[in-house]
Design a protein around this ligand. Structure first.
Ligand SMILES: Nc1ncnc2c1ncn2[C@@H]1O[C@H](COP(=O)(O)OP(=O)(O)OP(=O)(O)O)[C@@H](O)[C@H]1O
Length: 630
């Protein structure tokens, strides 16, 4: 049996095209060949379990060997092997048409298309790095003859009888001159670590050294010796493939360490397992989040039947859950299609929905089971929940019950509970319940205290997505308004239409206004004199809620067009007509003295906002000393 033939169904030679268009990702050849070897090994295992193969299974292990001298890489398995006819069918026809289809689809696309890395190009990806490829194989079938297929990267192949005595397949790549990097052990080790860490059949890459106990020396101290052991790349039964009922918390924590050796312990995890209408397994971990969470994205690894595919899960996992860590394994995620197709793929949509639901249910379960423990974790999980609520309606439906608001007293409420708690005292004349909040308890301390004097409750909303969350709550909850404690004077924050009498006459009010205009000396700021409680501060500086919100949203991204970046800082300066100090200004003998006192009161207000610094601060201190010494 010796045969020569042409692989071609097209006259065009696809190999140079494969090489050219997969330029950025040559390393995947090894993923493909090792995956094929694993598939072949699993097939024989299955045939044996079905009783269709009765011979010895032997040790099912895949070997990767590099011969630097001969410039070859060999991938060997003890799988089902192929007969010459099967080679013709699977390698010459099916595999080839797969590769051709791939090239047809992508030859007009740019060279560094990201999707390339997600491809199962199959057997022919070997030609990205090899100038000559041989298959030595012996089928498991009784009486099968060994066969050798060889091809040197053009469309001609040769099949001849082989000498292989053991069942299985060796794929021998003669590495091309421009790909000799793949003859370096560390390069191969790196690729195997990346793609094959959790394959279901052991992958061996040579040997490694290990320290082993070697009795005791004459002083009774342990002795050690260096021994060589098989260098097994993978953990063939990673946690997600096992049944949750067999696993302990420690198993999950250990697996997390295996995935992210340098990370802090996760808060909790979800074991995913679904068979229908799609197949998906995996474990998602909730990490402890740092405030700056952007860099923590892309920690979820996507596998297809335990073969690593990518850690870019943008379209498969909803945006807000990309902060999670862990593994998803699904043979149903189409990997060989473009991104836009992926977005409209119904399986991907279902998977997306399933993950969202699972996460929502798990959070709900934790909340119900032990609310206190849930509240303790809130500073870490709050970001996910709020982010999810903002971005996914389906998630919000479930999560609104356990999305918590924290008050300055450290008490937690869900939105409905909070509304009920403050409604009586914090409803304004328009029947809107006003939620007061602070973004910085230190800096806005004075304002929080003023609110507390009215027995108002103040929320702490200082997280990275809170500015968006606030807008969302207002949109979803009719009759609820959120206002930052320093965005207006207290009686206007929650305007109950309770008229306070001013002790100043109109003339006196004008006088005070004039004095402050001169003292503030800034056209952009508006000055008002208003009757307030006698124990409210003499002057309050505020930045209107909507302007500040625009600025905040912009700072955290996605807050509308850039024009707001230029928005000037228009402050409102409210003078308390009923404060004793204001009376003192009115009573001052000269206009100069009035302005000096006004300036003093204005500086107090600036000081309480943390807005006084440099020369202004020095002037203030000097003036205070002078006044106090009079
Ligand atoms: N080591 C092997 N042992 C036995 N059969 C093999 C081996 N490698 C490849 N084959 C056969 O050749 C076929 C084609 O392989 P190829 O890698 O091109 O495509 P595939 O594995 O079917 O799909 P994919 O594109 O996902 O890799 C396989 O389906 C299998 O039947």
């Amino acid at each position: 049996m010796q045969e020569k033939g042409t692989i071609s169904i097209h006259t065009e030679n696809i190999f140079p095209i494969i090489k050219k268009f997969l330029y950025s990702d040559h390393e995947i050849f090894l993923r493909e060949l090792v995956s094929n070897a694993v598939d072949a090994s699993q097939k024989i295992k299955r045939l044996a379990s079905l009783g269709e193969y009765k011979g010895e299974l032997g040790e099912l292990i895949v070997d990767v060997k590099v011969d630097k001298k001969k410039k070859t890489i060999t991938i060997s398995d003890r799988g089902i092997g192929m007969t010459a006819d099967e080679i013709k069918k699977y390698i010459n026809q099916i595999a080839f048409s797969g590769a051709t289809e791939f090239v047809e689809k992508y030859k007009d696309k740019g060279e560094d298309q990201q999707i390339i890395g997600h491809f199962g190009l199959g057997f022919y990806s070997a030609f990205m790095v090899a100038k000559h490829v041989e298959i030595h194989t012996l089928s498991y079938q009784e009486g099968a003859e060994p066969a050798i297929w060889s091809c040197d990267g053009n469309t001609e192949f040769e099949i001849k009888p082989g000498k292989k005595k053991e069942r299985g397949t060796d794929i021998i790549l003669k590495i091309a001159d421009d790909s000799e990097e793949f003859l370096e052990d560390h390069r191969i080790q790196g690729i195997l670590d990346k793609y094959s860490k959790f394959l279901p059949i052991p992958i061996r890459f040579g040997e490694k050294e290990k320290q082993e106990e070697d009795g005791e020396d004459k002083d009774g101290k342990k002795k050690w010796k260096t021994v060589k052991v098989d260098n097994i790349i993978n953990n063939p039964t990673p946690l997600w493939t096992r049944s949750p009922s067999d696993l302990t918390d420690q198993d999950y924590l250990d697996f997390y360490k295996e995935l992210y050796p340098f990370s802090e312990e996760p808060l909790f995890w979800i074991h995913l397992n679904v068979d229908y209408p799609f197949n998906l397994t995996g474990i998602l971990y909730f990490p402890k989040l740092k405030k700056d969470f952007e860099f923590q994205k892309n920690k979820i690894q996507l596998y297809s039947r335990q073969v690593f595919i990518t850690d870019e899960v943008k379209d498969i996992v909803p945006d807000f859950l990309q902060l999670l860590h862990g593994v998803i394994d699904s043979p149903d995620i189409p990997l060989n299609v473009s991104r836009s197709y992926l977005q409209s793929d119904s399986n991907v949509k279902k998977i997306n929905g399933y993950i969202t639901k699972k996460v929502a249910d798990k959070l709900g379960e934790l909340f119900k089971k032990d609310r206190k423990a849930y509240e303790e974790k809130w500073s870490d999980i709050g970001v996910f929940v709020k982010y999810g609520i903002i971005s996914e309606d389906k998630f919000e439906e479930k999560a609104k019950d356990y999305a918590l608001l924290k008050s300055t007293e450290g008490k937690f409420y869900n939105i409905d509970e909070y509304k009920a708690a403050v409604e009586a005292n914090q409803t304004n004349k328009d029947k809107s319940v006003v939620f007061l909040y602070t973004t910085d308890e230190e800096q806005q301390h004075g304002y929080i205290e003023t609110a507390k004097k009215r027995s108002y409750n103040v929320l702490v909303l200082d997280g990275p997505v809170d500015s968006h969350f606030i807008n969302h709550v207002e949109q979803k909850y009719e009759g609820v308004t959120l206002k930052r404690v320093d965005s207006d004077v207290i009686d206007k924050l929650i305007d109950k239409d309770e008229k306070k009498e001013s002790v100043l006459s109109e003339d006196e009010q004008n006088k005070v206004t004039e004095a402050f205009k001169k003292a503030v000396n800034d056209e952009k700021n508006t000055i008002t004199v208003e009757p307030m409680a006698t124990d409210d501060l003499p002057v309050t500086i505020t930045l209107p809620e909507f302007i500040r919100r625009m600025r905040d949203m912009q700072a955290t991204g996605g807050g509308g067009p850039m024009m707001f970046g230029e928005m000037p800082l228009n402050l409102s300066v409210a003078v308390n007509a009923n404060h004793a100090f204001t009376k003192k200004i009115v009573a001052a003998e000269s206009e100069d003295e009035q302005v000096a006192l006004a300036k003093q009161a204005y500086d107090w207000a600036l000081l309480s906002q943390g807005m006084l610094s440099g020369k202004k601060l020095t002037d203030f201190i000097n003036r205070s000393v002078e006044l106090a010494s009079k």
